[in-house]
Design a protein around this ligand. Structure first.
Ligand code: SF4
Ligand code: FES
Length: 201
């Protein structure tokens, strides 16, 4: 076992675990958006930042991808961490201003607005890619991916057309941390056909 400290509490981890996995094992909360234990981490949202300290030296890293090491000193809620998280939340608010989930999370950190440019006031997606990883790595359907470039990037099926690869399992909706996939599922699977003969009765 590897031993180190989180918030001055001694913790132990299996070799190969990340700081986030160890924190969760010890019921220490670190906020996440793009992480799910069923798929490979991608480091997309950066909300899971923590501070590593050694004497006067310190650095901020993303805990979902940082491998544990003997003797680490990790802080999950230091002033530095809270500042970085506020900055990340401001960027996320600019990226998906319509997401109620992101607004609520930002409010928890005292962030109610953003200084960054908003491109689409109706956007809810943070492009974290969790939905695509679950669709590919867990469901095996590989029905959705990132489509387009730059500010036009979206999550959807190829050419943003309904895809026959979609099995309509709803896993993408379940894991989406912002509520964006709730609105998009019909554009991926196609709108379910209504049985007109039954409805006409
Ligand atoms: S739809 Fe949801 S899960 Fe998929 S990339 Fe956007 S925010 Fe992430
Ligand atoms: S949860 Fe670690 S980067 Fe998103």
């Amino acid at each position: 076992m590897i031993k180190f400290q989180i918030n001055d509490q001694e913790v132990s981890a299996q070799p190969g675990w990340t700081v986030l996995e160890t924190a969760r094992e010890h019921n220490i909360h670190i906020p996440t958006l793009c992480y799910h234990e069923a798929v490979e981490p991608s480091g997309a949202c950066r909300l899971c930042v923590v501070e590593l300290k050694e004497g006067d030296w310190s650095k901020v890293v993303i805990s979902c991808m940082y491998p544990v090491e003997e003797g680490l000193q990790v802080y999950t809620d230091s002033d530095k961490v809270k500042n970085v998280r506020r900055w990340i939340l401001e960027m996320l608010l600019a990226q998906c201003p319509a997401s109620v989930e992101i607004q609520a999370l930002a409010a928890q950190y005292g962030v109610s607005g953003t200084r960054f440019e908003v491109h689409d006031a109706d956007e809810q997606c943070i492009l974290c890619g969790l939905c695509t990883r679950v669709c590919q790595q867990v469901v095996g359907a590989d029905a959705i991916s990132t489509v387009g470039r730059g500010v036009h990037k979206k999550i959807g099926a190829p050419y943003m057309e309904p895809s026959s690869a979609c099995v309509a399992c709803g896993s993408c909706v379940t894991v989406c941390p912002t509520g964006a996939m709730r609105q998009r599922l019909d554009s991926v699977r196609g709108v379910p056909k209504v049985n007109l003969a039954v409805n006409a009765r």
